[in-house]
Design a protein around this ligand. Structure first.
Ligand SMILES: Nc1ncnc2c1ncn2[C@@H]1O[C@H](COP(=O)(O)OP(=O)(O)OP(=O)(O)O)[C@@H](O)[C@H]1O
Length: 349
């Protein structure tokens, strides 16, 4: 007989490929309805940015269709994002589910570009996202979000209301300081600023809080590590040997206090606009892939060097919005999905 329990039974062997557990066991199948031959149910994913969304829905449909009497299957997809372990219950951070650090060993490899686009891509996929620009020596996020002229001031109780654009809440040193202030004065402020950005911002409910760190393995990384537990860290590098050597140092440091979710290879190749089939490996070939394999973490994706990436960053409209069909935008959306998938594994692990 075709009813709720036979549907649930036939769905039991269907697994979430990343979590490697049955969807039924994970309580991801809800609201089963059977109306003669029509079967309807909801799949509750662990992130709206699930990289395997279509695959999972297809597997479920195929399984249910094997039941005698089924004429049609309708699947609704929603998401409930699990919270990482160990987050303190303190104002500002109390409704944040997952904190993700984006870091690089070397400067100028595109870390802020990746952080901004991953944040916007996750928001476009339906997640609630915040971004902390913790790069106090070169805060670029306001420019990339078209918010260069914004100034923020904490209210009487010391709480900062974040700026907002492209679906992302944002705080940055650039919103607080006098731009003429010498960079040398910023170092001693670092500890306080990072804590303020975590605990004294009216973040509200956030699925992902992304922290764009300065390059290297310095005070900002240690301050963040001491200030709050993270779901994980992402290392951005170019395929170049010198960038990879620095990335290795960064990775070893992060491994001491969080999960390294993976490596992003940026500026992987250049395709001349008039020669769409060509790929010039300007900074070397497959460096990111070899590096990821060597250190035993996933390669989350490769982003080509494209002029519109730079131009869109300078114009305040990240490439995933400005040119969503470009190879770099597609790579960045796929990277955002991979990061979300890995964060779910950490949270449920
Ligand atoms: N894939 C790409 N194609 C073209 N330009 C890029 C790409 N990635 C980054 N850029 C450009 O390179 C420059 C440096 O990028 P970005 O500021 O993101 O690097 P960073 O690693 O955060 O640097 P910093 O060390 O200053 O923090 C920016 O002008 C950015 O627009």
């Amino acid at each position: 007989m075709l009813d709720r329990s036979t549907v649930l039974e036939v769905l039991k062997p269907v697994q979430d490929p990343e979590l490697q557990k049955s969807l039924v066991e994970l309580n991801m199948i809800r609201n089963i309805e059977v109306d003669s031959g029509l079967v309807k149910f909801t799949v509750v994913l662990t992130t709206p940015a699930c990289p395997l969304r279509e695959f999972i829905v297809d597997e479920c449909k195929q399984a249910v269709k094997t039941l005698p009497g089924v004429t049609d299957v309708e699947v609704e997809v929603t998401a409930e994002i699990p919270q990482q372990k160990g987050l303190p219950d303190r104002v500002g951070i109390d409704r944040v589910k997952n904190i993700i650090a984006i870091s690089s060993g070397k400067g100028g490899v595109g870390k802020s570009t990746v952080a901004a686009n991953v944040a916007v891509a996750l928001a476009q996929l339906g997640a609630k996202v915040g971004l902390v620009d913790a790069d106090i020596y070169g805060p670029n996020a306001p420019l990339m979000f078209g918010l260069s002229d914004v100034r923020l001031e904490a209210s009487g109780d010391g709480i900062l209301e974040p700026a907002f654009n492209h679906g992302v809440k944002l705080v940055s040193m650039a919103f607080l300081i006098d731009r003429e202030q010498p960079v040398i004065w910023r170092g001693p402020m670092l500890n306080g600023i990072i804590r303020q950005f975590l605990y004294q911002v009216a973040w509200g409910e956030l699925d992902y809080l992304i922290v764009d760190l300065p390059p290297g393995t310095g005070d900002a990384q240690l301050t963040l590590a001491q200030a709050v537990p993270m779901a994980g860290a992402v290392i951005v590098t170019t395929p170049q040997t010198v960038a990879l050597a620095d990335a290795r140092k960064g990775l070893r440091m992060f491994e001491k206090f969080t999960t390294v979710l993976g490596v992003v290879e940026n500026m992987s190749y250049f395709t001349p606009p008039d020669l769409p089939d060509r790929q010039d490996d300007i900074f070397g070939s497959d460096g990111g892939e070899k590096f990821a394999a060597e250190v035993g973490v996933p390669l989350l994706g490769r982003i080509p060097l494209e002029i519109p990436v730079r131009a869109s960053g300078d114009n305040g409209i990240p490439i995933v919005i400005a040119e969503p069909e470009s190879a770099s935008a597609k790579a960045l959306v796929s990277i955002a999905k991979s990061i979300a998938g890995k964060v779910s594994i950490v949270a449920l692990g």
